[in-house]
Design a binder for this molecule. Structure first.
Ligand SMILES: Cc1ncc(COP(=O)(O)O)c(C=O)c1O
Length: 418
């Protein structure tokens, strides 16, 4: 199989949901991927935040091999050894009490919304009716299923599937007055990402998050925080909200949790969790022994990596700040830890830079039109940051695509030999 034949077959056989880059990856090791032509790529996207330990991590491979030989799946009608152990680790890290395991980010988010409604039915009535409205934030992204779409802001994701779940309104991002204006006794949950991912790497302000906590508490509503992209070590803390000193009622995680296997989780306080009863929620695959055993190992590795994430993230951020002083095309540097971004002053520039870096063997991503997003594996070193920032600098200086192709080829081969 080569790239051309895979592209042809996919074009004929798959739903046309993705505009893939024309690269066929065949293997990975550490922070690098290799394509079918043997070309090496430095990965600063890590499968959109999934491959946080890079590729072929020895501890993950060991657990995978051993557990796959013992037991891959049993149904949730029976016990296995790892769900409680994983729940203990996650809840301790999150400062919450109970967990539910599922298969993806959007599934965790759907479950969180259901949990909020179940809580409202038991505890939080507005007159004779359970509270049911939800507030989310402008530019939010929570996934592709119906509840997640209903709380996701951008029209392009939502419009073709209307009508969505009713009763969701969007608050202007970080706007204290708008939150106060829109919050009333009919709201059962306020939903937010501590750092918006798809929306362009936008951290909430401490004032906004504190107000979100205060108004929800005051009105008996829940604060639901989506840490699917920014959680589990990405910012150098277990969870990004811990940098703000706020305790949410419900938290969702997924992406890197099982180091590349599909696994998501809902974490909740005891009071909120007590509203779920047998039969109200469930999943066939979620929380199987293989993914849970791997996730336990992932969390152990993350614990050790946190100081490294902070140090490398600070270094990367400083390099990006430096770039911003030299290149007029950069409008803003944003993010925390190893969740960073450059907002550029044009969508074309961002597109061309991402494409040019890919040609040079560096994977980054453009989100929200003008934003270059960096979600590297937690194991990157400063020398990898240097490679990326010098490639970015050259691309920005050239106004992206105008550099002669031969010069770009020379830079790329110099990098792969270093
Ligand atoms: C913040 C956030 N929430 C939810 C999701 C949906 O996760 P999944 O694609 O695993 O369904 C994503 C995916 O990018 C995300 O970034």
């Amino acid at each position: 199989m080569n790239l051309a034949s895979v592209m042809k077959s996919e074009a004929a056989l798959l739903l046309a949901t993705y505009e893939r880059n024309p690269v066929l990856f065949t293997r990975g090791r550490g922070v690098y991927l290799w394509d079918s032509n043997g070309k090496r790529y430095l990965d600063f996207l890590s499968g959109i935040g999934v491959n946080a330990l890079g590729y072929g991590h020895p501890a993950i491979r060991k657990v995978l091999g051993e557990q796959a030989a013992k037991l891959i799946h049993i149904s949730n009608l029976f016990f296995h050894e790892y769900q409680a152990e994983l729940a203990k680790l996650l809840t301790r890290m999150a400062g919450l009490d109970r967990a539910f395991f599922c298969n993806s980010g959007t599934e965790a988010w759907e479950g969180a919304l259901k949990l909020a409604r179940a809580y409202a039915h038991e505890h939080s009535r507005n007159g004779h009716k359970a509270k049911w409205r939800m507030l989310a934030l402008e530019n939010s992204f929570h996934g592709r299923t119906f509840g997640s779409l209903a709380t996701t802001y951008q029209k392009k994701y939502r419009a073709p599937f209307a009508p969505l779940l009713p009763g969701v309104n969007f608050v202007a991002f970080n706007d204290l007055d708008d939150l106060k204006r829109q919050f009333d006794g009919s709201v059962c949950a306020l939903c937010l990402e501590t750092i918006q991912g798809e929306g362009g790497i936008n951290p909430v302000t401490p004032e906004f998050l504190q107000l979100a906590r205060d108004v929800t508490k005051k009105h008996g509503a829940l604060l639901i925080i989506d840490e699917i992209q920014c959680g589990l070590g990405r910012t150098g803390d277990y969870f990004a909200y811990q940098r703000y000193g706020v305790r949410p009622d419900i938290v969702t995680v997924a992406k890197p949790l099982a180091a590349g296997l599909p696994l998501g989780a809902i974490l909740a306080t005891e009071t909120v969790a007590s509203c779920m009863h047998p039969g109200l929620h469930g999943t066939t695959f979620g929380g199987g022994p293989l993914s849970c055993a791997v996730a336990i190992e992932f969390l152990k590795q993350v614990e050790e990596l946190l100081p490294h994430i902070v140090e490398t993230g600070d270094y990367f951020r400083a390099q990006l700040d430096q770039l911003a002083t030299r290149h007029v095309g950069i409008r803003e540097v944003r993010g925390m830890g190893l969740m960073l971004a450059l907002e550029l002053n044009s969508a074309d520039l961002a597109k061309n830079i991402a494409r040019r870096l890919l040609e040079e063997g560096i994977i980054i991503n453009r989100t929200h039109e003008t934003v270059l997003r960096f979600l590297p594996p937690y194991i990157i070193k400063k020398k990898h940051v240097d490679s990326v920032t010098s490639a970015l600098s050259a691309a920005l200086a050239a106004g992206s695509s105008s550099a002669p192709h031969t010069a770009r080829k020379k830079q790329a081969s110099a990098r792969s030999n270093s």
